[in-house]
Ligand binder design. Structure first.
Ligand SMILES: Cc1cc2nc3c(=O)[nH]c(=O)nc-3n(C[C@H](O)[C@H](O)[C@H](O)COP(=O)(O)OP(=O)(O)OC[C@H]3O[C@@H](n4cnc5c(N)ncnc54)[C@H](O)[C@@H]3O)c2cc1C
Length: 489
């Protein structure tokens, strides 16, 4: 065993946005986390750039939007979200639902810097090649330029993306569908040929985005065409031929920046936990990437798992807390996969799906349909609450009036601890005796956006209890015990 052996820590495999977010969450809670990542550096040719407002809230509640704004300016807000070849219109929902243009590499860099500053070890050029687990912990076998070594930890989390080695090595069963098409993505510096964000043809779909001032992104989807073997590099000729087969027009494509094939595989892990090993992000649920929700759902996984793992590692978790991760998050991973597959069906150029596409387009004129699709996978409720109540919803990140001045709710969550917002204006201070070491109390004036005299907010920002009525007040102590463990003597 090497000097990397750590017995009280969590090993995270993968320094994508999800692994880094989880590492930062654990570090906030004071848990030693080690990230192993095979690539030498953050990939600056990032492909993802559109995240949902729910992601911004997660970054905001940890104080991470501030450095992103400082370094890259106020991100562009957009009232659109793509769904298959359609745009969902969020102009009516703009205050709570919108897309934000934030490059994935920028998010990763900020997360990486902040996690490292809090003591997370990020071991680059380290690849997971084996793992085993027993009752006390997990042993990860890792290969680096210095050779092979073993890292021992209490828990290991696979945030290693679509082709997750953790998923494979720990024996997670998956439900998989596809591929049923062959597609190409090409970022190029020079392009002349068919234009338009998405045109349907008998043989498939072609999309051209961007322009010479930035770069051109070309996308093809062909039905019934076999993809070349995966080990054959993508060439410009392959891109030209695909566009020609679809549109009937031979384009000029030069100056390749980034070329890759994409299919429409959907992978959903049957479980997110196997003993001491967990999955999060694309490793747990991988769906067609233009679904536009992937980063958001992955960050939600990380923030849901982080505080629960921390409580367990620090021996203060109530019974069953760690199992709530899969119970709460897998339904949303499944949803993302189902909605991804539905989008693939809508992109099929066969006769039936073409008719379905026309009908679907008409349905989108109805605001209720539009709203449902915008929120279906990302508007998570933890714990699953019923009806219109506050239980399970994310606490609105409004500004509260306190004795010391205005305090943004987001600031009260920076430390990733439980927070009891006493909104009674001093009339009925709730009793948290026995939990003050785990739960902060913030007393403020009543807030119209949070219609309750008090709310208990979990470290992930979800409302675990709301004193919406006088009768509910008796439920506070059971809620504190259920989420934060028994009271201290
Ligand atoms: C073209 C394209 C456009 C996209 N656009 C968007 C978008 O606009 N909005 C959006 O929300 N999503 C988008 N996505 C999806 C988004 O990029 C992914 O969902 C996101 O990267 C998943 O994050 P992750 O941390 O789960 O996994 P990843 O980002 O895949 O990170 C996994 C990491 O694990 C590492 N790794 C893998 N195996 C090992 C191993 N054995 N040992 C050590 N390290 C390992 C990898 O090197 C990688 O760094 C897009 C994807 C593509 C391909």
């Amino acid at each position: 065993m090497s000097d990397s052996v750590v017995s009280d820590s969590v090993v995270i495999v993968g320094a994508g946005p999800v692994g880094l977010m989880l590492a930062h969450e654990l570090a906030l809670a004071g848990v030693r986390a080690v990230v192993i990542e095979r690539s030498p550096e953050i990939d600056d040719r990032t492909v993802s750039g559109l995240i949902h407002a729910r992601s911004v809230e997660l970054l905001e509640q940890r104080g991470l939007m501030e450095p992103l704004r400082r370094e890259h300016g106020e991100p562009l807000v957009w009232d659109r979200l793509h769904f298959a070849s359609f745009w969902l219109d969020m102009s009516e929902l703009a205050e709570t639902d919108h897309s934000v243009v934030l490059l994935q590499n920028h998010i990763q860099r900020v997360l990486s810097d902040h996690a490292a500053a809090r003591g997370v070890r990020i071991l680059r050029r380290h690849e997971l090649i084996g793992l085993s687990q027993d009752e006390e912990g997990v042993t990860a076998r890792v290969r680096s330029p210095l050779g092979e070594e073993e890292i021992r930890c209490r828990y290991l989390v696979g945030c290693d993306g679509e082709d997750s080695a953790v998923r494979e090595l720990a024996g997670f069963a998956v439900t998989r569908s596809g591929p049923s098409w062959y597609g190409l993505l090409a970022d190029v510096g020079s392009y002349a040929g068919p234009v338009g964000a998405g045109s349907f043809h008998e043989g498939g779909m072609f999309g051209q985005f961007g322009d010479a001032s930035t770069m051109f992104r070309l996308m093809t989807i062909e039905i019934g065409v076999e993809a070349p073997p995966p080990d054959r590099p993508v060439t410009l000729d392959e891109v030209r031929a695909s566009i020609e087969r679809i549109t009937g027009e031979r384009p000029t494509v030069e100056e390749p920046l980034w070329l890759r094939r994409h299919g429409n595989v959907t992978i959903l892990a049957d479980h997110y936990r196997n003993g001491r090993v967990f999955l999060a992000g694309d490793a747990a649920h991988f769906q067609f990437h233009p679904a536009g929700h992937a980063v958001t759902i992955g960050l939600q996984d990380a923030v849901n798992l982080g505080w629960k793992l921390a409580a367990d590692v620090q021996d203060r978790a109530p019974a069953g807390l760690l199992d709530t991760y899969e119970a709460e998050r897998r339904p949303y991973g499944r949803r993302a996969c189902v909605y991804g597959r539905a989008q693939m069906a809508l992109l099929d150029t066969a006769d039936g799906p073409s008719a379905l596409r026309e009908v679907f387009g008409e349905l989108l004129d109805h605001e209720v349909v539009n709203r449902h699709l915008v929120r279906a996978a990302t508007d998570a409720r933890h714990p699953a609450g019923g009806g219109d109540g506050l239980l399970g919803r994310r606490v609105p990140l409004v500004r509260l009036g306190t004795a010391g001045g205005e305090v943004p709710v987001a600031d009260t969550l920076h430390a990733a601890r439980g927070v009891l917002l006493d909104l009674s204006g001093g009339a009925e201070p709730p009793d948290v005796t026995g939990w003050k070491d785990r739960v902060d109390v913030v007393a403020a004036e009543p807030a119209p956006e949070i219609p309750a005299s008090a709310v208990l907010v979990r470290p992930d920002g979800h409302i675990a209890w709301a004193g919406e009525t006088a009768a509910a007040a008796g439920g506070l102590r059971p809620a504190l015990a259920a989420w934060f463990g028994e009271p201290a003597e």
